[in-house]
Ligand binder design. Structure first.
Ligand code: GGG
Length: 354
């Protein structure tokens, strides 16, 4: 019996609803497969923890998480706390603390779902967006001066390093290389941002020499947004900076039906630290506590976590069950259904148990 240790951090808002749903599905899957087990430890960190302790996670939180095989994360964000406090205090602290520099965001239109774009047929979208997850616009560099005065200034400095850019390029080229079309689009804004973004283009060209079997192209981020809507079938694997890929992947989720189905993996590809798996969506406090959140993004995220842990058969079985339930029309309101979180979860568990 293979044993995997999982740190579960539901955190805020609908994270507290979708992570228990994901854990229930994982438990059913492990019981069904019979050859692996998950040992889950839950951590009550996030905005409620902040209200009680003045911080989003304990000071030694990263040391606590380090021995785990993977982290299963919900969402961060609270209507009464500043977003930058909650984001930097938990999600970014873990991503940057464990150097999870590769954020992988697959997009497909799942069976039974429809894209809001009338021109899109389900097979048109099969993308993987690779988000640089450790530096760039999220480097945290900048400052404020002359607060409250007419001459007040604020700076936010993007930092791109040779190590940071080449390693994300290599990750993206490797992913593109494993996919049938072997096509990588490198997204920048190098016409306007003539230092960091031109550096990205140069690093792409340099790393591309290691992958002669991969076709690659450059695209400006604004043109890429239009292309995702107008000619989605022309896209396969995409690599972009922390901020650009964050924006493009929200668009991708919406184009594929809903952010409620979009998964993500924050990987340390060298496996020096645990990687973290989470739905792309945030805490969605407008629907939190109502039991109506779409758990599909979390189930897909759980499948990515299983893949990472080497449980590829279980990951495939989970995606088959999710696709069957979506095709049967058991869906939440964000994708046109009437089911609640518990109903979708029960249907996926039933499909797993066959
Ligand atoms: N599960 C993803 C999540 O909680 N995201 C919250 C958020 O505000 N993210 C902003 C970002 O990652 O750029």
């Amino acid at each position: 019996m293979r044993l995997h240790t999982i740190a579960a951090i539901p955190a805020d808002g609908i994270g507290k609803e979708v992570i228990p749903a994901g854990l229930a599905v994982l438990e059913a899957l492990a019981a069904r497969q019979g050859d692996f087990a998950l040992h889950v430890t839950e951590f009550p960190w996030g905005s409620d923890y902040y209200r009680a302790n003045g911080r989003m996670m304990p000071e030694d939180g990263l040391d606590t998480l380090k021995p785990f095989d993977a982290i299963f994360f919900g969402a961060v964000g609270d209507k009464d706390l500043p977003d930058d406090v909650t984001l930097w205090g938990l999600r970014l602290k873990i991503c940057q603390g464990f150097d999870q520099y590769a954020n992988i965001r697959p997009t497909r239109v799942l069976p039974g779902l429809t894209s809001p774009l009338r021109s899109v047929s389900p097979g048109d979208i099969d993308w993987v967006i690779v988000r640089e997850n450790s530096e760039g616009e999220y480097a945290g560099h900048g400052g404020r001066a002359h607060r409250g005065h007419p001459e007040e200034i604020a700076t936010e400095t993007s930092i791109f390093t040779r190590v940071g850019v080449t390693r994300i390029m290599r990750t993206a080229f490797r992913i593109a290389q494993r996919r049938p079309r072997k096509l990588l689009t490198v997204v920048t804004k190098s016409n306007a941002q003539r230092h960091g973004m031109v550096f990205w283009d140069e690093m792409a060209a340099e790393v591309a020499r290691e992958f002669p079997d991969v076709t690659w192209e450059k695209e400006l981020v604004d043109a890429m947004a239009a292309r995702m809507v107008r000619t989605p079938a022309s896209i396969d694997t995409v690599v972009a900076t922390n901020l650009h890929a964050d924006i493009l992947s929200d668009l991708a989720g919406a184009v594929a039906g809903s952010l409620g189905v979009a998964p993500t993996a924050n990987l340390d590809p060298e496996r020096r630290h645990p990687s973290m798996f989470e739905p792309i969506h945030g805490s969605a406090f407008d629907i939190a506590g109502k039991g109506v959140a779409n758990p599909v993004a979390t189930f897909w995220t759980a499948a990515m976590m299983l893949d990472h842990l080497g449980e590829t058969a279980a990951a495939a079985a989970l995606m088959t069950a999710v696709e069957q339930v979506c095709a049967d029309g058991v869906m939440t309101a964000d994708v046109g259904g009437t089911a609640d979180t518990a109903t979708v979860t029960a249907a996926v568990i039933a499909a797993i148990e066959g």
